[in-house]
Ligand binder design. Structure first.
Ligand code: ATP
Ligand code: MG
Length: 297
C-alpha cells in the first residue's frame, strides 16, 4: 500500500494593512469596529502601527487627510475615512463600504444677520473653507463665481475677522455655527465614515479584505437588528408572522397554555416602534426584544 505524504511548506502570509485616523473623531469608532469584528490589536496605545492577533492584519495610524493618498499608493491596502475627505482628495481608490458612523454634512453658511435669497447671493464673494475641491466643484456646477479662500482650521471665525463673507465647512448639530453667529444656507454633501480600498489588490489581500468585510457587515447587521420573542394567540398567528417575517421565517412553538404560541424573529431597528405597536394591536403579549451580537447573513 502506498503511503501518501503531505508536505506543508511555510509561506509567509500577506497582511492586510489598514489605515485609520491616529487621533480625532473617527479614531475610536474605527478601532471599536475592528474590535467588534474580532480584530484585537497588540498595542492599543496608538503607536505608529499595531499588529492584530489571530487575523493577518496591521493597523497604521495617520492623519485623516493622508489616508486617501496612502491607499491610492498602496502603502495602506484599505483605510477608514470620512466621505468628505475621500471626495476632497479625489484619489483613485475604491469606496467599498459605508459604515454609518461620524455622520455630518458639508454646508455653506453666512452671518445670521445677512439676507439670503439663493446661491446667486454668493456671486463674487469670498468663501473660507478647508474643502476647496468639493466647494469649487459645487460652485462650477451651479455657475457661481466666488473666491475660494483656503484655511486649514477654525474656518467658522473667518466672517467675524473679515477675511470672508461666507464659509463652507462640516456641520453636525449646527451649534458651532450658531455660537459663531452664522446660519446654514446650503447643504452640499452628506458624509459618513467609509472604507476605501486600493484598486489593484493582489488575490491574497483581496481574500483577506473579503473576510474582513464579511465580519464588518455581520457587526453592522447585528447593530441595526434586534431579536424579538413574543406570545401570540393562535387565531392571529398568520397576521403576526406577516408583521415580523424575520431572516427566513419566524420560529413558532406551541406554549404550554392551549391556543397560544411563542414566536421568535428578527426585527430591523428602523421599523421597531411601528412594528411593536402593530403587534400589540394583533394581541401579542410578553414581547421581549434582545440585542444581537453578530448576525451572519
Ligand atoms: P486629523 O488630525 O486626522 O487631520 P481632523 O481635525 O481633520 O483630524 P476630525 O475633526 O477628527 O478631523 O474629523 C474627522 C472626520 O470626522 C471628518 O472628516 C468628518 O468626516 C467627521 N466629523 C467631523 N466633525 C464631525 C462631527 N461634529 N460629527 C460627526 N462627524 C464629524
Ligand atoms: Mg484632517
Amino acid at each position: 500500500m502506498q503511503i501518501l505524504q503531505t508536505f506543508f511548506i511555510y509561506v509567509p502570509m500577506d497582511k492586510l494593512r489598514v489605515a485609520i485616523q491616529k487621533s480625532g473623531r473617527l479614531s475610536e469608532k474605527s478601532l471599536d469596529l475592528l474590535k467588534e469584528s474580532g480584530i484585537h490589536l497588540n498595542n492599543g496605545s496608538r503607536k505608529l502601527k499595531s499588529l492584530a492577533q489571530v487575523f493577518p492584519l496591521e493597523v497604521i495610524y495617520l492623519r485623516d487627510d493622508d489616508i486617501p493618498q496612502y491607499v491610492e499608493d498602496g502603502v495602506a491596502h484599505i483605510g477608514i475615512v470620512g466621505e468628505n475627505e475621500y471626495a476632497e482628495k479625489n484619489c483613485d481608490v475604491e469606496l467599498i463600504e459605508r459604515l454609518g458612523f461620524s455622520r455630518c454634512r458639508l454646508s455653506l453658511a453666512i452671518p445670521k444677520s445677512e439676507p439670503y435669497n439663493g446661491l446667486q447671493d454668493l456671486e463674487g464673494k469670498r468663501i473660507a473653507t478647508s474643502y476647496p475641491v468639493i466647494l469649487q466643484h459645487y460652485l462650477d456646477e451651479h455657475g457661481i463665481r466666488a473666491e475660494v479662500h483656503v484655511l486649514s482650521g477654525s474656518v467658522e471665525i473667518a466672517p467675524s475677522i473679515g477675511i470672508a463673507e461666507a464659509i463652507f465647512d462640516i456641520v453636525s448639530s449646527g451649534s458651532t455655527l450658531i455660537s459663531n453667529g452664522l446660519k446654514e444656507v446650503e447643504t452640499v454633501m452628506h458624509s459618513e465614515a467609509v472604507v476605501i480600498a486600493h484598486r489593484n489588490l493582489e488575490p491574497g489581500l483581496k481574500g483577506l479584505l473579503a473576510d474582513l468585510l464579511f465580519r464588518i457587515r455581520s457587526v453592522q447587521a447585528a447593530s441595526t437588528n434586534r431579536y424579538i420573542l413574543l406570545n401570540a394567540p393562535n387565531e392571529r398567528l398568520e397576521e403576526i408572522i406577516e408583521v415580523i417575517p424575520g431572516m427566513k421565517s419566524p420560529t413558532v412553538m406551541p406554549l404550554a397554555e392551549k391556543g397560544w404560541s411563542s414566536v421568535h424573529s428578527v426585527l430591523s431597528e428602523k421599523e421597531f416602534w411601528a412594528v411593536i405597536d402593530r403587534l400589540r394591536e394583533l394581541g401579542a403579549q410578553g414581547i421581549l426584544v434582545i440585542p444581537i451580537e453578530k448576525m451572519i447573513i
